[in-house]
Design a protein. Structure first.
Length: 847
């Protein structure tokens, strides 16, 4: 997994960057900022700044919805459930109210018309005076260069020159008479000018687009929601929306210069902030991914060492912040760190857009419905009754109608695809190790069944077991030299398909095609046999698998049978699921009595206690029988094992063998070696996976999301977010205790408690961690009856000196006694449940 997470080229998330350069006027260089809002450029140092260029403050602006502490969240009626989660762009013009947009257009139009009229009047006056004096006004050429770029803005470069006649009152060529235009005369002119009157009526309106948005964008926020802005340029958090009726204004956070941040312990959506003045405030986001993205952005912000903190100094950073300190340990340069910040925020914003473009809202248990970004944005924005609709926009629509930059979005999408594959792989590893533990636990319980000693004593047919010499054999090679990709060695396979005369001259592919033809002829007979067995024993789970394809036959022969395709005996296959050992014994006896001469192999070795399980803990019984000159396979699964993976049990075994998951116990070890940025991006993918099911709404029967949250908890632990890992694990433990099939003492619940103890220990909660570990140890000791076993082993050691063979004889006698008792128990069950077997009872079951 580490190799696949390569770092891609950075994508700056700043979407607007404006620089104004003034050309020479009488040989003098001038540089002035324009009246428009100057936004952030990519992180850069001060070196190399040309004279006359305005230095841009680097950083990112994020806006999101948080919960008003005076209100319950989520609200019962769902109001605000579609509130924004993340806006990682610098030019947040999308989603402006209709009235505000019209006002902005009116302001721009009136200003332009007023400017043109004033320029024309001044030019006419200056020309008239020059005609009288015979002179000419000096001209000043202003060159304005505007660049749009970044994550979600229209990447467009445009530059133009505006040649304007200088105001006569400020021109060097002007005479003192030009100053006679007094303010009173200007006011008189304005009274007769309708454009000037309109300008007076809106002079109280904000002068920049950002100020206009601040005033109008969040003027009608749903009850219980507060909108905050995080600006990483100056380490500030600011409240944008107005308070509500029940809001506690005295304790309300309105503005803060952030000095430290950490995850909250009460909720996955809580972030605890510490200001530069030492004040501590807790913010609870409306969505989980908001808190995660904001906390990571703050930690990146506090780790910067570029002198761009609060008021241009380094006062805004707290070196004791865990996340910031972790980012500093990465050893990145300022440019690399800035690029990592932009890449992360771009990915988080892109993921958020994907979630919102097809989401029904986090309260829905079903899969998100499909939809397009533009349709969703328009529908939510145009419908004023949509909860949270004033935030629900994902596209900038103000620059000549241009859309997103395709190249930028493609780069982000490629990076997301890489991280998504890595998340899927890590989740699969968690699933494989979880299911392996389930298989091991299921087999442990199976050995406590009164009928197991009898099953353990039965030998299969043509089912040799690994000999003593198997331990010294090379990994990947079976006893007969056949190949094996797993770590468990197998005995040689004795049976094989019939070797026809033509096979000697046929290619492997042609041989496989002939075997497939044989399997197709034998399939109807196999189906009838399975129906008869299921009908007699009352089996409910019966299946007939598809005929293996040529590629599958060749692949299995290459992996296990040294390229001998005739040793592949499951080309035609079926499965039966029995509910317990008694039904399995009855099926074996019924098969022997019904079609014994056709049976070529009965494999029971995987159920033997003395034999190790195959990769992943997978165990099942196999009956091979020859039908119409072709060997077919019937797979028999015990219900406790079938419940774990169902029909995907063999896929679980194959993946465990391929990735060698039996080599480690902790799935979180798969995250070792990943850099912090990659882990942060994996958390973004984890939040995307669980977005339809918030942690507060997770129930014990949501197995898919329980696995997702477990994998995410591992990411939290490895990423230093132990508080959120604790919150997640506590919720999962509660759900496992509520499950009717699992409960408090289940092995999976105990494993979650071990992880919880680890997270508590990371947070210095040693006392609570030790209490959990002691409770787990007491339970395990009670199950093993450790003291009694140690005492018996002590006396057995003494008796071994007196009679070395006594221990072996006693063990043999014990096994024989258990087998006899188990066999008597089987006969009792057989007489009660399977009387029909007496009709064809010719001998005892297979010995």
């Amino acid at each position: 997994m580490n190799g696949s997470l390569s770092t891609m080229n950075g994508l700056v998330s700043s979407s607007y960057d404006e620089e104004v350069r003034t050309a020479t006027s009488n040989g003098v260089d001038r540089s002035e900022p324009t009246d428009t809002n100057t936004m952030m450029s990519p992180l850069s140092s001060n070196t190399g700044i040309n004279p006359g260029t305005i230095r841009q403050v680097s950083g990112t602006v994020l806006e999101a919805a948080f919960v008003d502490p005076a209100y319950m969240w989520p609200p019962e009626d769902g109001v605000g459930s579609l509130a924004i989660e993340l806006q990682a762009t610098e030019k947040l013009l999308e989603g402006v109210d209709h009235d505000a947009a019209q006002l902005a257009k009116k302001v721009a139009r009136l200003e332009l018309e007023q400017q043109k009229k004033r320029e024309a009047e001044v030019s006419a006056a200056v020309l008239a005076r020059n005609d009288v004096r015979g002179g000419s006004a000096e001209e000043e050429t202003v060159t304005r260069e505007v660049r749009f770029g970044g994550c979600f803005a229209c990447c467009r470069d445009s530059s133009g020159q505006v040649d304007a006649r200088a105001d006569g009152r400020k021109s060097k060529a002007a005479t003192p008479k030009e100053d006679d235009l007094s303010d009173e005369e200007e006011e008189d002119e304005d009274e007769d000018d309708p454009l000037a009157a309109d300008m007076k009526s809106i002079r109280s309106a904000p002068r920049s687009t950002r100020e206009l948005e601040d005033r109008t964008r969040y003027s009608r926020v749903p009850e219980g929601i507060l909108v905050y802005r995080l600006d990483t340029r100056d380490n500030t958090i600011e409240l944008l929306s107005p308070p509500h009726q029940n809001t506690d204004v005295e304790s309300l956070l309105t503005y803060m210069v952030v000095n430290a941040a950490r995850p909250g312990t009460s909720s996955r959506r809580e972030v605890v902030l510490t200001g530069l003045d030492g004040q501590v405030h807790s913010l609870e986001a409306c969505e989980q991914r908001t808190a995660i993205s904001w906390l990571e952005a703050i930690e990146m912000m506090l780790s910067r060492d570029d002198g761009q903190g609060f008021m241009g100094s380094k006062l805004g950073r707290n070196k004791n912040t865990g996340g910031a300190r972790a980012w500093e340990k990465e050893g990145l340069s300022e440019g690399e760190r800035g690029q990592a910040e932009h890449e992360y925020l771009n990915l988080a914003a892109y993921s958020n857009v994907l979630i919102r473009s097809g989401a029904q809202g986090p309260q829905s248990d079903s899969s998100p419905t499909k939809g397009t970004t533009n349709d969703t944005a328009n529908a939510a924005t145009d419908n004023p009754s949509t909860p949270g609709g004033i935030y629900y926009s994902v596209e900038t629509k103000v620059i000549d109608g241009e859309g997103y930059d395709d190249e930028t979005l493609e780069s982000i999408a490629r990076r997301r695809a890489v991280i998504k594959d890595s998340w899927d792989f890590f989740r699969m590893v968690c699933s494989l190790i979880r299911d392996r533990r389930k298989y091991v636990e299921a087999f442990r319980r199976l050995t406590t069944d009164p009928l197991y000693p009898y099953l353990n004593s039965i030998d299969g047919l043509n089912d040799p077991e690994p000999g003593e010499g198997s331990k010294s054999r090379r990994r990947g090679e079976n006893l007969d030299g056949s190949k094996n990709t797993g770590e468990i060695l197998y005995a040689p396979k004795i049976i094989s398909q019939r070797r026809m005369e033509d096979y000697g001259t046929m290619t492997r592919v042609a041989t496989c095609k002939d075997l497939i033809s044989q399997a197709e002829r034998a399939l109807p007979s196999l189906v009838e046999i399975c129906k008869a067995l299921a009908g007699s024993l009352g089996l409910e789970e019966v299946g007939v698998g598809p005929i293996k394809e040529v590629s599958a036959i060749l692949r299995k022969a290459d992996m296990k049978y040294d390229k001998d395709v005739l040793r592949v005996t499951d080309i035609c296959r079926s499965l039966l699921v029995v509910k317990d050992i008694a039904t399995l014994l009855a099926l074996l006896e019924l098969a022997r009595d019904s079609f014994g001469p056709l049976i070529k192999r009965v494999k029971l070795s995987s159920f033997k206690e003395r034999n190790p399980h195959v990769s992943g803990g997978y165990r099942h019984c196999i009956i091979n029988l020859e039908l119409k000159d072709h060997i077919c396979e019937i797979q028999i699964h015990l219900w406790p094992f079938w419940m774990i993976c169902g029909v995907d049990g063999f896929r679980h075994y194959r993946h465990c063998a391929e990735y060698s998951t039996d080599s480690f116990e902790d799935p979180f070890d798969a995250l070792e070696g990943l850099d912090r940025k990659t882990r942060a991006e994996l958390i973004v993918m984890a939040e995307e996976a669980v977005s339809p099911m918030p942690l507060e709404k997770l129930q014990w029967y949501h197995e898919k999301y329980i696995l997702d949250y477990f994998a995410e908890a591992g990411l939290f632990i490895k990423h230093g977010l132990s508080a959120w890992g604790e919150v997640t694990l506590r919720h999962l433990i509660r759900l496992r205790c509520e499950s009717p099939d699992i409960g408090m003492d289940h092995h999976e619940t105990r494993q979650l408690q071990r992880y919880l103890a680890r997270t508590l220990n990371y947070q210095k909660k040693v006392e609570e961690s030790d209490e959990i570990l002691e409770r787990l140890k007491a339970y395990e000791d009670a199950q093993k009856t450790k003291d009694t076993e140690e005492q018996r082993e002590f006396w057995d050691t003494i008796y071994d000196f007196l009679d070395p063979s006594k221990k072996e004889r006693e063990q043999e006698e014990k096994v024989k006694h258990e087998v006899r008792a188990s066999k008597r128990h089987w006969r009792k069950i057989r007489a009660e449940r399977f009387r029909f077997l007496d009709n064809n009872d010719q001998s005892a079951p297979m010995q």
